[in-house]
Design a protein. Structure first.
Ligand code: ADP
Ligand code: ADP
Ligand code: MG
Length: 674
């Protein structure tokens, strides 16, 4: 039996693997780079081994260093997680040469499935339906156009070695096919050192649905249902769920059986994922197989009750699968939200820095629902520029899809994050979206529903009035406490009024608080008289200084995040963000005469949105620019981000040059507008 596992990874997935190893009584070794000296995966492992500088090509990707760590710690097995060396056949072979168990599939399966062209050929042999297309290599742009025409537009131009959404272009006509061929080829050469390109039909209005398979070294392979991963941004998954709201039992079984056939074709002997694209008529087509643990594996675990890491360890150890296909039962519904350090209001640009606050919702199981949070970070820790900007994978389980969604909404309501930009408001907006709730989703959901990017969700009247009531009460509690502390006025109640004027999004309400403590009745009036007076029974244990506001309104849970600002609070709830001012009615009258504080005008400046390096400048001083024109490329967190003009103008001055290191809000260039 395996005794000591070295985890050749970092972050949440390293922590995830350690948890199962611990449960199985197996020792663990973590590896770490400079940037990860204080990382959670280092604390959680029994032993840790330093492997060098922060950049991945000097640490987590260097096989020699990892082999040295294995030898010096006496590890007898390696779990590669996902990304990094997880789909690297040479790594698997080098481990086998040293008699170290690789907790993943055999090297032959990795090689055959790692290449999209090879894997499609194998899939066709195994009787798996593939996206119609040209399975050969394409040598020139002219050939790319000829083949695209044969397949019929639209087509998808893809890198055979591609992964992580890179090296892919859609083409709707000859011009786009020519451009797409060149840019896919360049991107593939840069990202994968392999510029082989192929072309397939672009399936319109598709869903991404994938099948989890599990195999052992004795020829057994089973499937564990599907995951729907259609909520994607730039071909990268954001929300995943299991099962899919779209599949029926018959399609599920057909996809499962084809996946098993494909896995058997390469003697698949571990956990793996067969990805399909499914059209509106439930025709499904094989996309690729990922020969590793998938990021979104927790949703499968939540509906099957099977620990996939445990099964991988057992299969690697040579055990026979403990489950048969007939014994697999799918129960309830699970959702996963990928919480990323990125700014949803600024085109999802990566955001890095210290996690000043990190307080996820409590994990647990409560009858018909459950919460699980997989993470590798902690409060006070750093999100560095070197690695994937994922903060956590927040998962919920419910007895049905509605309960899973409601549990997710509640869990996101109380997730406290501060110090970095994050996508929680965007996730909340998606979970509130009618189309998502009805399950009517495709991979085009985000571009269709947020064509101009994300600017925050619209707040409903019902939410507004609840926030008015709770913010008035919070202010009231703070005022009473302030009066108590001063001690100068023993009869302080007389000096703290019961009636408050609350301004939110330009609208003014009054809130009349009845009762001294505990449950209060709060009457909300909207001075425009458009809405009726509303009485709410409000209970909260909130205390000044807390950012998580937990309240009950008419016996229903109502939670949100609020930060004290002058004259009120900044509030975040269900994808909305706004300022709430609470004043006495007299104060509100006087506030009408206050001058609005104006933000400095920065619209004639291009500011660097995140710390990063200038890769290239695309315009020169004196040049006329158009709205939307690409101005500069900044690299941060392994990603190149193109900064674009927000309006027409002339470049007046360029302050930086390629290669410069910039901080947030450094001025890249200045414009002149006519
Ligand atoms: P999943 O299908 O599980 O969502 P992806 O295929 O998007 O995962 O990739 C999983 C992880 O592996 C991501 O962190 C991604 O950045 C990384 N990754 C994927 N392909 C490659 C590759 N060819 N080289 C380096 N990293 C990769
Ligand atoms: P990667 O290795 O980068 O994960 P995939 O081949 O799995 O690449 O494709 C990633 C995503 O791109 C899919 O989840 C899907 O949304 C989209 N996609 C890929 N191929 C097609 C296609 N032929 N038609 C429509 N969408 C596609
Ligand atoms: Mg994929």
């Amino acid at each position: 039996m395996i005794k000591k596992i070295l985890i050749a990874n970092r972050g949440e997935i390293a922590c995830r693997v350690i948890k199962t190893a611990k449960k199985m009584g197996i020792k663990t070794v973590s590896i770490f780079s400079d940037a990860d000296k204080n990382a959670l995966h280092v604390d959680m492992a029994d032993e840790s081994f330093y492997i060098g500088a922060s950049p991945v090509n000097q640490s987590y990707l260097v096989m020699d260093k990892i082999l040295k760590a294995i030898a010096e710690t006496g590890s007898d097995a390696v779990h590669p997680g996902y990304g990094f060396l997880s789909e690297n056949a040479e790594f698997a072979k080098r481990l086998a040469d040293k008699n170290i168990t690789f907790i993943g599939p055999n090297a032959h399966a990795i090689t055959s499935m790692g290449d999209k062209i090879t894997s499609k050929k194998l899939a066709i042999n195994a009787g798996v339906s593939c996206v119609p297309g040209h399975m050969g290599l394409i040598e020139s742009a002219d050939e790319a156009i000829k083949i695209s025409k044969e397949i019929g537009y639209p087509v998808m131009i893809k890198a055979s070695a591609g992964g992580g959404g890179k090296g892919m272009r859609i083409a709707w006509n000859d011009t786009e096919a020519r451009e797409g061929y060149q840019s896919s080829k360049n991107e593939a050469a840069n990202s994968f050192g392999d510029d082989r390109i192929f072309i397939e039909k672009f399936i319109e209005q598709p869903r991404h649905i994938e099948i989890q398979v599990l195999g052992d070294k004795h020829g057994n392979v089973i499937y564990l249902g599907e995951r729907e991963c259609s909520i994607q941004r730039r071909n990268q998954k954001v929300i995943e769920e299991a099962p899919s709201p779209f599949l029926d039992e018959k399609t599920r079984e057909a996809m499962g059986l084809e996946s098993v056939a494909l896995a058997k074709e390469v003697n698949y002997d571990s956990a793996g994922t067969v990805e399909f694209i499914v059209d509106k008529n439930k025709n499904f087509y094989f996309l690729e197989m990922n020969t590793r643990l998938q990021v979104e594996h927790p949703v499968t675990e939540l509906i099957t009750g099977i620990d996939l890491v445990e099964q991988m360890i057992k299969s690697a150890n040579g055990d026979v699968l403990s489950s048969t296909q007939e014994s697999i039962e799918l129960s309830g519904w699970a959702m996963e939200s990928r919480i990323y350090a990125e700014d949803p209001y600024r085109n999802f640009l990566p955001s890095i820095g210290r996690l000043k606050r990190y307080r996820p919702p409590a994990e647990g199981v409560w009858g018909d629902h459950a919460i699980r949070n997989d993470t590798g970070v902690f409060e006070g820790g750093e999100i560095s520029m070197y690695y994937d900007p994922m903060i956590a994978k927040l998962c919920t389980w419910g007895a049905d899809r509605d309960i899973a969604i409601d549990t997710m909404k509640d869990a996101l309501d109380v997730f406290e994050l501060e110090g970095i930009g994050h996508n929680i408001p965007f996730l909340q907006a998606v979970y509130e979206h009618d189309r998502f709730v009805s399950g009517d989703i495709t991979t085009a959901f985000i571009p269709e529903e947020y064509p101009d990017g994300f600017a925050g969700a619209e707040i409903s009247n019902a939410y507004t009035r609840r926030i008015v009531a709770v913010c008035a009460l919070m202010h009231d509690i703070s005022e009473h406490r302030a009066a108590d502390i001063s001690g100068a006025l023993p009869n302080h109640e007389r000096h703290v009024p019961d009636l408050w004027s609350v301004e939110i999004g330009g609208a003014k309400y009054t809130a009349d608080i009845n009762g001294e403590e505990g449950l209060r009745t709060i009457s909300i009036k909207d001075p425009n008289g458009e809405l009726d007076t509303l009485d709410m029974e409000v209970l909260t244990s909130w205390k000044p200084g807390q950012q998580l506001v937990k309240a009950f309104i008419d016996n229903c849970k109502f939670n949100f995040i609020a930060k004290k600002i002058s004259e009120g609070y900044k509030v975040w709830h269900r994808g909305c963000e706004f300022k709430v001012s609470v004043r006495t009615p007299r104060g509100a009258e006087l506030s009408e005469f206050m001058l609005e504080k104006t933000e400095p005008d920065t619209s004639n400046l291009l500011l660097c949105p995140m710390p990063g390096v200038i890769v290239s400048l695309l315009v020169e001083e004196g040049q006329e620019i158009q709205d939307g024109q690409a101005l500069a490329v900044v690299e941060a967190m392994k990603m190149e981000n193109t900064l674009r003009a927000e309006k027409q103008g002339i470049v007046n001055k360029v302050n930086v040059k390629a290669g410069d290191n910039l901080a947030v809000d450094d001025v890249i260039m200045e414009f002149k507008t006519e």
